[in-house]
Design a protein around this ligand. Structure first.
Ligand code: TAP
Length: 487
């Protein structure tokens, strides 16, 4: 991979195996969240650029270069890309941290995960088999998995490298040709990863990347009449737009739209085990994680005890630039920082107890988008802070009476992505896991979002469909039923 300088970087689209600027040469400045300074630029793609990318994907799919490869051949290419990511691990991690502001430790973990997606789906590509169905005498019926064709992918800014792997690897493993529109705030590693894919031997058109604004390039991609399926991760509002666009083209979509995930702590929980995990689940990536454990439901018998311990933890949290590698980095943008700050300010103004906040390191650059992690509690169940996705490092504590109350409270939300349950009672573990509505439930642990092998997605306003695990291979493919009359 070409060496990454830290200043004056210009990132192009990748269309048909070539690095190309936007057709009209338009660009967008890229800011470092750690210091608010411009350090790079990306292409501001238009409908024309998106159309070129979709046409390139269509050619790759229809031609022998990509569409006719065997599953084994595709799998080998994916695994080769996984190797290349690991070979360039540190450079990619530094770019990811610079672009998103996330601490270096988190950025390194993200690049490892990106590689793991290509390892996992590369080795799985030739293990998705069809089935035969016993039918009328004299007939044989085969059900064969098939790629959709051209898949569109719109991803957010919180984990660009991981999202690149999460959404593209299974689609490619199944033989689709892809067009990706990363978020304009953070799209540098997706561009670099696509360059690595070309080095790994992916043919032109298998992976196209068009950068730019959501309402321009993103809308052009999701509305394009020649895509066959679309995957979106981001806000519920844009999820609605994407689903409407998919409906107009009569294509399917998978939507992952965030959450307000509960961590349920019963009185018999092992707090030494639980509290570090619960803290990490809200401060990881400065709370900009769809599966952040943002609602802490605590049995009232131990509420004061948990509160005291968490106040101590939150008071010790430190915040700084990506290079300082502290507990939290900045938020992605001034807009996101203002959004989270306004939630916090309104909560304080409404009289909610702000129990503790993280401290900004005195060495942090002055113009970064920093917003301290905050702990509130007790928070009334109907307060906006208890109900809306803040997408920042804000944890709300809510007391509950007993198991039935905990389940009712956990489900009293528009969302249903993930949940954590902390109790030593085995029967209760199963009862609560069964009763909580969501895509993932963790008992005495919380690795939500992590685990490439584990199907991930939501119910209710958190979206539908599944990525990760073998479920994603089914999500990014369809089936054909072949009925043979042999007399
Ligand atoms: P979104 O607007 O949902 O952005 C997600 C992706 O959709 C980005 O690539 C965005 O592009 C694109 N997009 C925006 N408008 C589009 C359109 N009309 N058609 C097609 N694509 C479009 O999220 P945001 O504005 O960055 O953040 C707002 C809130 O969304 C956050 O505060 C948070 O609550 C939530 N959010 C959730 C998640 C997850 S993982 N669930 C991730 C990010 C944000 P551009 O960014 O380039 O405009």
């Amino acid at each position: 991979m070409t060496e990454l300088a830290s200043t004056d970087l210009a990132f192009n689209n990748i269309i048909d195996g070539k690095l190309v600027a936007a057709s009209d040469g338009a660009t967008i400045d890229v800011l470092s969240p750690s210091n608010g300074q411009v350090f790079a630029s990306i292409s501001r793609s238009s409908q024309l650029d998106v159309d070129k990318a979709v046409k390139s994907a269509r050619r790759a799919f229809e031609s022998g270069t990509w569409g006719k490869l065997t599953a084994l051949e595709r799998g080998r290419l994916l695994m080769k890309l996984g190797e290349k990511i690991l070979e360039n691990h540190e450079e990619l991690a530094q770019l990811e941290a610079l672009d998103t502001g996330k601490p270096m430790t988190q950025a390194r973990a993200d690049i490892t995960a990106a590689a793991r997606y290509f390892e996992f789906y590369g080795s799985a590509a030739d293990k998705v088999h069809g089935e035969t169905i016993p039918y009328v005498d004299g007939y044989t019926v085969a059900v064969v998995p098939e790629p959709y064709g051209v898949t569109g992918h719109v991803i957010p800014w919180n984990y660009p490298a991981q999202m690149f792997g999460r959404t593209l690897a299974p689609a490619l493993a199944m033989g689709n040709a892809t067009v990706l529109k990363p978020a304009e705030e953070a799209c540098l590693t997706p561009v670099k990863l696509s360059e690595l894919a070309l080095e790994a031997g992916f043919p032109p058109g298998a992976i196209n990347v068009v950068t730019g604004y959501g309402h321009e390039a993103g809308a052009a991609l999701s509305e394009h009449p020649d895509i066959d399926f679309i995957s979106f991760t981001g806000s519920p509002d844009v999820g609605t737009i994407i689903q409407c666009a998919a409906a107009k083209n009569h294509i399917g979509c998978v939507l992952e739209l965030g959450g307000k995930s509960p961590q349920i702590v019963f009185a018999d929980a092992d707090l030494e085990q639980a509290l570090p995990v619960i803290t990490n689940a809200i401060i990881q990536n400065a709370g900009q994680t769809c599966s952040a454990g943002s609602r802490l439901l605590v049995q009232q018998d131990i509420f004061e005890q948990v509160k005291t311990k968490l106040v101590a933890r939150f008071s010790e949290l430190r915040m700084g630039s990506h290079e300082m590698d502290l507990h939290c980095g900045p938020l992605i943008s001034a807009k996101q920082q203002q959004r989270v700050k306004s939630f916090v300010d309104q909560a304080v103004a409404s009289g909610l107890p702000l129990l503790a906040q993280a401290q900004l390191s005195p060495d942090a650059p002055v113009d970064g988008f920093y917003q301290p992690a905050a702990l509130f509690g007790p928070v009334p169940r109907d307060h906006i802070l208890a109900r809306e996705e803040v997408f920042g490092p804000v944890l709300v504590m809510i007391p509950f009476a007993d198991e039935a109350d905990a389940i009712e409270l956990a489900n009293d939300t528009d969302f249903g992505l993930a949940a954590g349950v902390w109790t030593k009672d085995g029967a209760r573990q199963i009862r609560v896991a069964n009763a909580v509505r969501g895509g993932q439930v963790f008992i005495n642990n919380y690795g939500a979002g992590a685990g490439i092998e584990l199907p991930f997605g939501g119910v209710k306003k958190s979206g539908h469909g599944r990525e990760k695990g073998f479920a994603a291979l089914h999500e990014f493919s369809t089936t054909k039923t072949i009925v043979i009359n042999h007399g």
